[in-house]
Design a protein around this ligand. Structure first.
Ligand code: SF4
Length: 575
């Protein structure tokens, strides 16, 4: 039967790839016709098509066809931003915050609740990073996703308060997991994979023998591993960001930090027991940006003491006041869940969440404010409706809001809205666009390759420059850079007086590291041209040095462009 099944699958796949440009309906028609010819009663699963397609590409019967991959891949949007996002949850730990809305379940990290999909996956894998990654990679691979370039999101309360030994082990295990994935597949029986405790135990016994001796070794191995880490994100409180913490994050390879502003009204943060204000939020933002790290800020409308008008004012300040201006944003409206202080406040009738109509109108106004250099990642936290005691259950809030804005002819300009995703803009229409703005006292250049007609973004680069470049690289730091900022540069001397490339990102479907460019996005040379332009701007502004934070795997890319590794940064001396 296997031979016959392969023959049927081959017939469908080969027929389809030889006649490109067909619709999804035509694919279904083709399948049904072939099934009928062979009296197939039960249609084959996508996984079977994926596995057979990979086989045909491998043995050169057909050449790789991105359109076909897209057709058979499950939830293909997962890798449309050019990388595969993998969320990892840490174990239960405390948090110095006492935020009224934050639930506490003693077996979960602070602020997480049972039944959230990421929580369930982590629980099944005993919060072990290697098991979480191996099982996730396996699930993604069998459903047709590329897993060579990975964006790791470590979630679970306040990362900075976890014991340093736990942090180090967790990060090392994360690299080890990617480095050992292929070997694990060869050594562990298919039936042993999965998330059951027994399978996990077996896997654990196996991988114990495979771990590297140190974090440095694990990172080095990842530079040549098939499955590589492009970015790592953690989440933490702004008042726990300091130079020492940043230096530690850089050693771990962290490239993005999610910090919670929640509100830009100090009195509202105080009422909600955040225990930090704007002073800490803006300081953390600046230190992170100055160390190249990308800043994702969280805002929370509907906090105690707020109103829709105040929420708008609060968010407007994030854009209007240059001391904030993060790179990305998440907007999570407050909801009431069990086991938080807010649960009692709500039960006593002292808090009433906005109704759906108010929330939709408010979110529409908030989204319309977001400037072109910022990416709005989410507008709703993925909490199962069954866990929400009060507050909106509209999980597709973003779609509703955006449909509403479209009807009013309001065009959104934030990055996520303009990423190429699965659109078919032609690369030949791309033109370079440079927008500069002040952020956390320094100058930022937001550079893109975008479609000159509809402004769809193919590729972007963020460049950060101090206002007054020094005459020589040996110059002393000016007095106003004393204190904590001076400390930052003494811990990260590679960055002193350097212009910083803080992000380079080419969108569209993920290509393997060795694949040539498609018509649309990755591997077409956009990144190279943006880097060259960024170097030109830095030189014009008097800079003699450029530093790039490069995820472990991309170092080779910069080495080709005369950058050299100085601790965790790729550095080039500009002439
Ligand atoms: S800082 Fe975050 S994790 Fe800590 S209590 Fe507040 S919401 Fe919860």
């Amino acid at each position: 039967m296997t031979d016959l099944k392969n023959q049927i699958l081959d017939e469908i796949i080969i027929e389809w790839v030889r006649n490109p440009g067909q619709s999804k309906d035509e694919f279904h028609r083709l399948k049904n016709n072939v099934y009928k010819n062979y009296d197939v009663e039960k249609p084959f699963a996508s996984i079977e098509f994926i596995s057979r397609y990979n086989e045909l590409v491998k043995n050169w019967t057909i050449i790789a066809n991105p359109e076909f991959q897209k057709l058979i891949r499950k939830r293909w949007v997962r890798s449309l931003s050019g990388v595969t996002v993998i969320s990892l949850l840490t174990k239960f730990w405390w948090c110095p915050g006492k935020c009224v809305y934050c639930p506490t379940f003693e077996w979960l990290p602070k602020s997480y609740i049972p039944n959230e999909p990421a929580v369930q996956r982590a629980e099944l894998n005993e919060f072990d990073p290697i098991l979480q990654i191996h099982n996730r990679l396996r699930a993604l691979e069998v459903t047709g996703h590329k897993i060579e370039k990975n964006d790791i999101r470590i979630i679970g309360g306040t990362w900075s308060v976890y014991p340093k030994a736990y942090q180090e082990d967790f990060i090392k295990a994360t690299y080890d997991a990617f480095n050992t994935y292929d070997e694990m597949k060869e050594n562990i029986e298919e039936t042993d994979l999965g998330s059951e405790r027994f399978a996990s135990f077996k896997l654990k016994e196996w991988y114990k023998l495979k771990l590297s001796d140190s974090l440095e070794e694990a990172k080095k191995l990842n530079e040549t591993s098939r499955c590589r880490i492009i970015w790592i994100a953690i989440e933490t409180r702004p008042d726990w960001i300091n130079p020492e913490e940043i230096a530690r994050l850089r050693r771990y390879g962290v490239t993005r930090v999610e910090i919670w502003y929640q509100s830009t009204f100090d009195e509202i943060n105080e009422l909600n027991k955040r225990w930090h204000g704007n002073k800490e939020s803006t300081y953390a933002t600046k230190l992170l940006k100055n160390a190249w790290i990308k800043v994702v800020a969280h805002m929370m409308p509907n906090l105690l003491g707020s109103t829709p008008e105040k929420d708008k004012e609060s968010l407007a300040r994030v854009f209007d006041d240059q001391a904030f201006r993060p790179d990305e944003l998440k907007i999570y409206p407050m909801v009431v869940t069990d086991k938080s202080e807010l649960t009692e406040i709500w039960r006593n009738g002292w808090f009433q969440p906005y109704d759906d109509e108010t929330l939709i109108d408010l979110t529409a106004e908030l989204e319309a404010m977001i400037p072109e250099y910022m990416r709005l990642n989410r507008t709703y936290r993925d909490i199962p409706a069954s866990e929400i005691l009060a507050g909106s259950h509209v999980s597709n809030l973003r779609q509703i809001v955006e449909a509403k804005l479209k009807k009013k002819w309001i065009h959104l300009v934030d990055i996520r809205h303009r990423e190429i995703k699965d659109k078919i803009n032609i690369a030949a229409n791309a033109t370079m666009n440079i927008f500069d703005y002040e952020a956390s006292d320094w100058k930022e250049f937001f550079m893109t390759f975008e479609d000159k007609e509809d402004r769809t973004i193919f590729s972007l680069l963020r460049l950060r420059l101090p206002f007054t470049p020094p005459a020589s690289l040996d110059a002393q730091l000016p007095p106003q850079w004393g204190g904590l900022e001076g400390e930052l540069y003494s811990l990260l001397p590679e960055l002193k007086w350097a212009a910083l490339i803080r992000e380079i990102h080419t969108f569209w479907d993920q290509l393997s590291i060795w694949e040539a460019g498609s018509t649309f996005g990755q591997h077409l040379g956009f990144g190279k041209k943006l880097i060259e332009k960024a170097e030109e701007i830095a030189i014009e502004n008097g800079y003699k040095k450029m530093a790039v934070i490069a995820g472990v795997w991309v170092r080779w890319y910069y080495e080709k462009r005369w950058y050299k590794l100085e601790w965790e940064y790729m550095v080039k001396y500009l002439t």
